[in-house]
Design a protein around this ligand. Sequence first.
Ligand SMILES: [Zn+2]
Length: 297
Amino acid sequence: MKLDILVFGAHPDDAELGCGGTIALHVKAGHKVGVVDLTRGELGTRGSVQTRDAEAAEAARVLGLAARENLNLPDGFFENTKAHQLEIVKAVRKYQPTIVLANARYDRHPDHGRGSDLAYEGCFLAGLAKIETSIDGVAQKPWRPRALYHYVQSQFITPDFVVDISDTWETKIASIRAYRSQFFDPNSKEPETYISNPPIKGGCPLLNASTEADDAHPVLRKQAVSILNTLRDSIITMLDNGVKYGQLKPGIEKEYYASIIIATLEGAIMMSKLRGNNEDITLATRHLETVIRDISI
Ligand SMILES: [Zn+2]
């Protein structure tokens, strides 16, 4: 099957996280897009090979992929060597893509950078006629994609160009949600990871601005107060709606709960940020859940 775009990803979910919106955009435009995952993500902290296989198939359905396959290379330990380059060569010749998308050239996970190099070299080698490959005894013809682009994933890299995925944003998110075992799930008993529950890096902008402003920056302080009021008002509106739709007890003191919710979260964000983990924010969330249960019908 000839594809317009072939996406290589070191792990099932790299394609969705890195360029799911771009994939969906081109599928919508009538192009044939496929994904080749290098590994089955068997070293992933959460989930199993079986759950990842099922999740990848579900994501493929959401994105409308024309093909998806897995090269079954070892997660964490595939190499940019002849044996693994030939696997890329075979995939490129099989799908004859015009454009190839690959992992970022360097990233938080070392597999991404290595996967990027492997895809780049494999795409070049696929065009060399003297490299002979075959699938099921049938010799393959040389093929070199016209262009190879890298998608940005965990670490920010200034892009050479961006694709406007406003029209397919929802599809991208739905394809990522297909990987249920990998992302935040309040009922999961599996260990937390960098992507299932990332630490609060920047903290809360409101908290940062109000600490900064204090009495020394009256203009900033005015802005911070205005944002705090907007936040407080929106929580009061939510509580109002809860009462209106019969979800919360009538007659609750909305201003009181709005202040308690904001104070608890902001305090916990400050503590979690300072300590560099999610313990305090997790405890504060647990506490707020009991508070909300108390006023629920
Ligand atoms: Zn990955």
